[in-house]
Design a protein around this ligand. Structure first.
Ligand SMILES: CCCCCCCCCCCCCCCCCCCCCCCCCC(=O)SCCNC(=O)CCNC(=O)[C@H](O)C(C)(C)COP(=O)(O)OP(=O)(O)OC[C@H]1O[C@@H](n2cnc3c(N)ncnc32)[C@H](O)[C@@H]1OP(=O)(O)O
Ligand SMILES: NC(=O)C1=CN([C@@H]2O[C@H](COP(=O)(O)OP(=O)(O)OC[C@H]3O[C@@H](n4cnc5c(N)ncnc54)[C@H](OP(=O)(O)O)[C@@H]3O)[C@@H](O)[C@H]2O)C=CC1
Length: 513
């Protein structure tokens, strides 16, 4: 019997960010392994014209939850969606709902965040710092609370090379930053943002670091733990391999490369690709929830959920396997044949951006105009290149994260828990995982049918032929122009013709008359 699964039985659990990538997998695992839990409260806002109930309905009816419905048929009754907007005071939660949350909650998993790298500082602070502070305040009024688990990121201190399981202070206190956001106007905030974030690459990593400081400062008597996952990728094993539902991290670039838009990226092939499957993060999170509540460690423990020091994979290996999978299972209606490569310096990267990204986009837009359609490729390409430029920081560096707490926790688990809540990435076979990841992107993100593979392959063959024709035509035109202008080129041409196409002596220079 799994001790962790038994621990969550009968519990009331509060999850923020349950509609996000990680939140969904967390809910799914909880329901599947502890179907006798009392209730999961989720804080949900309305979005894209959908009410909170409609959003929950959509999640529960997705493929991800198919197994849950078998083991927990009354899952609809055990999930309680509470309208909340984490950007508002008291999260805009109604009085009755707040009362219920305060009096019933046993465990909190705080997953909600803005993960956009380019969010304006004000918004990133609001969600990643102020909302965390407010949630801690709520938690301090919950008499039945046993553990508060805060999800941060392994990159909150990406300005360092070696990162320990400690909270590193930021030069400016989070409270001062929160206060200043109230009275500074947007223009001034934009101006001081680069100075505040210092040697971090974006507002996301900076505000996640501030969020950790808030957790440390406001923890009071709460039983808290922080989890720092690295780059969260598709599921490895559970509930099935390859599940992914957003474009963050590598997923968006896999699509861009598979559809032939992305041909080159500035990356260091030997740098560690510290990917971690989302189900591994969730298993560790649930194990940490159990350990924190049952063993009540004296201080706030931080757990690095990373793969690099257990089972490293590098970007070169990952890119190679991604391309190999495209050969077997190509994406449909590709723009060009997938043929991406890594460049290691800025000049070659700019060259390939011009030649392989911008030029084909301009040519395609010209073709669209000629055929009376609206040009769109240049705009799309500009957005892609902007996205790539934001991710480049993370694919040209390697980090080392110490993992004493994660290893300690692993050794504390019973063999049954190590199996049911497996977070040992030493068992992960990267080639298999990456192949399943690409397949998952095709099936769950692009919603492409496997039956369309022969047609996709046929389309790629057509693109290859067009490519050969185009290159041959380009070569002949260039050569023709060269021959017209250069005596040397003409001499070379006659030299080749003489040996290749004419029997010896048949191509004689004309004798003067
Ligand atoms: C042998 C050699 C062979 C070699 C072969 C080579 C083969 C190569 C194959 C490829 C293999 C992979 C190798 C490299 C992997 C690199 C991974 C990097 C890891 C990241 C580290 C993360 C560390 C931190 C982890 C964390 O702790 S946190 C989680 C991470 N957080 C994020 O990843 C948010 C990023 N995103 C944004 O920050 C915003 O998205 C923003 C970008 C500002 C745009 O922003 P904006 O332009 O305003 O536009 P959007 O509305 O957002 O999007 C506009 C449009 O772009 C779409 N789109 C959004 N995103 C992405 C995305 N990624 N990729 C692509 N598209 C995206 C969106 O669908 C929309 O399309 P549409 O709907 O218009 O059609
Ligand atoms: N994905 C990754 O690679 C990594 C993620 N992390 C961390 O893991 C956690 C989860 O990330 P992930 O699931 O990928 O992120 P997602 O972007 O998929 O999910 C974010 C969640 O936060 C919710 N949220 C955002 N703003 C509000 C708001 N104002 N009110 C209520 N809810 C809000 C979103 O709700 P809605 O659906 O309404 O938008 C969504 O449920 C985050 O803390 C992130 O920092 C750490 C390392 C890597």
């Amino acid at each position: 019997m799994s001790m962790i699964a038994a621990f969550y039985g009968g519990k009331s659990i509060l999850i923020t960010g349950a509609t996000g990538f990680m939140g969904k997998v967390l809910m799914e695992k909880l329901f599947r392994t502890s179907p006798d839990l009392k209730v999961i409260y989720i804080l949900v806002r309305t979005k894209a014209g959908q009410t909170t109930q409609q959003r929950v309905f959509q999640i529960l009816n997705s493929k991800l939850f198919e197994k849950v419905k078998e083991v927990c048929p009354n899952v609809h009754e055990k999930i309680r969606a509470i309208y909340a907007d984490l950007n508002q005071n008291d999260f805009a939660i109604s009085k009755e709902d707040m009362q219920e949350l305060l009096s019933c909650t046993n465990i909190i998993f705080h997953c909600a965040a803005t993960v956009r790298f380019d969010d304006p500082l004000r918004h990133a602070v609001q969600l990643n710092v102020t909302a965390t502070q407010q949630l801690l305040l709520m938690a301090s009024q919950m008499p039945k609370l046993e553990a508060f688990i805060h999800i941060s990121t392994a990159f909150s201190n990406c300005n360092l090379k070696h990162i320990d399981e400690v909270i590193y202070p930021c030069p400016v206190e989070p409270k001062k930053i929160i206060d200043s956001m109230e009275w500074l106007d947007d223009a001034i905030i934009d101006e001081i943002t680069p100075k505040l974030i210092g040697d971090r690459p974006n507002t996301y990593t900076y505000t996640k670091a501030l969020g950790e400081m808030v957790v440390q400062q406001e923890s009071g008597n709460l039983n808290i733990a922080i989890i720092r996952p690295s780059i969260v990728g598709a599921t490895w094993q559970e509930p099935f391999p390859g599940w992914v539902d957003n474009l963050n991290g590598p997923s968006g670039l896999i699509i861009a490369a598979g559809k032939g838009f992305l041909r080159s990226i500035r990356a260091t092939p030997m740098a560690v690709a510290d990917l971690i499957p989302v189900d591994t993060v969730v298993n560790l999170t649930l194990a940490v929830g159990w350990y924190t509540a049952v063993h009540r460690p004296k201080s706030t423990l931080i757990y690095h959920c990373t793969s690099g020091n257990f089972n490293p994979c590098n970007w070169g290996k990952m890119g190679f396997q991604v391309l190999a999978t495209f050969e077997k299972v190509p994406f449909e209606r590709a723009f060009r044949r997938p043929n991406a490569d890594f460049t290691t310096n800025t000049i070659t990267s700019q060259y390939w951006n011009a030649v392989s990204h911008r030029a084909p986009a301009i040519i395609y837009d010209f073709y669209l105009r000629l055929t009376g359609r609206k040009p769109r490729m240049t705009k799309l390409m500009n957005r892609l290149l902007r996205t790539v430029s934001m991710l480049e920081y993370f694919v040209n560096r390697s980090w080392e994260w110490s993992t004493y707490n994660t290893e300690m926790l692993m050794s504390e688990l019973s063999p049954e828990d190590q199996r049911v809540f497996n977070f040992d990435v030493r068992q992960l076979n990267w080639l298999e995982y990456i192949e399943n990841y690409v397949l998952g992107v095709k099936k769950y993100l692009l919603k492409e049918d496997m039956a369309g593979i022969p047609e996709a392959k046929q389309h790629l063959r057509r693109l290859r032929n067009i490519h050969y024709l185009f290159n041959t035509a380009l070569f002949l035109i260039a050569w023709r122009l060269l021959i017209a202008r250069s005596q040397m080129a003409r001499n070379v041409w006659f030299f080749i013709m003489r040996f290749d196409f004419f029997p010896s002596g048949s191509l004689q220079p004309r004798s003067k008359v």
